[in-house]
Design a protein around this ligand. Sequence first.
Ligand code: AMP
Length: 208
Amino acid sequence: MNIVLLGAPGAGKGTQAAKLVSEEGLCHISTGDILRQAVKDQTELGMKAKAFMDAGDLVPDELIIDLMRERIQQPDTAKGVILDGFPRTTTQAVALDTMLSELGRPLDAALLIDVDPEIIVGRLTSRRMCRECGAIGTAADGDTCKKCGGEMYQRDDDNETTVRNRLEVYEKSTSPLIDYYRGCDLLVTIDGDRDPEVVFVDVKSVLK
Ligand code: AMP
């Protein structure tokens, strides 16, 4: 099964993807996680991407498409993938269609996790992430990861100014994908403004 998770930053795509990985054994590919690791490792890709990420802007399509073309061919994707944060532009969506058709693996669904933008600002500015395992929590959870004991930190791009820019970028560049996938008859919309466990019940029922 190959799934695209759509939704604004902070809608809960990463949280739902993590649940799908543990229950369905699918391979989770988050371009944001790959880029953050590249920045941390100071690779060529990381150095090219950092300024865009810090500003809340999109990394150029060519870099992301090259990255994804290589990642999607790795053996761990054979059982199926959950794409989280990719595609984010129509150019990326068209490139993904080509990649999947070359691999003979069609897309099964594009799940839109729908959340009101003002709720997102509050969610993201209080979001925390584990430096070690990438688990997602909130400021109220404290400084230590419940899963692995690592340090919980606030992402550089989760401050309010950058969050508002990321939401504008989403509206302008990524929300047209909703119509794109509706046109392919692959779009399913799920109300993301609920407890993650309740959202997950809907996600699973859609994928059955
Ligand atoms: P995320 O963790 O998905 O919120 O992504 C964090 C940041 O990484 C974004 O604000 C962008 O700067 C960059 N990024 C992640 N995925 C993409 C993508 N598919 N296209 C362009 N930039 C991306």
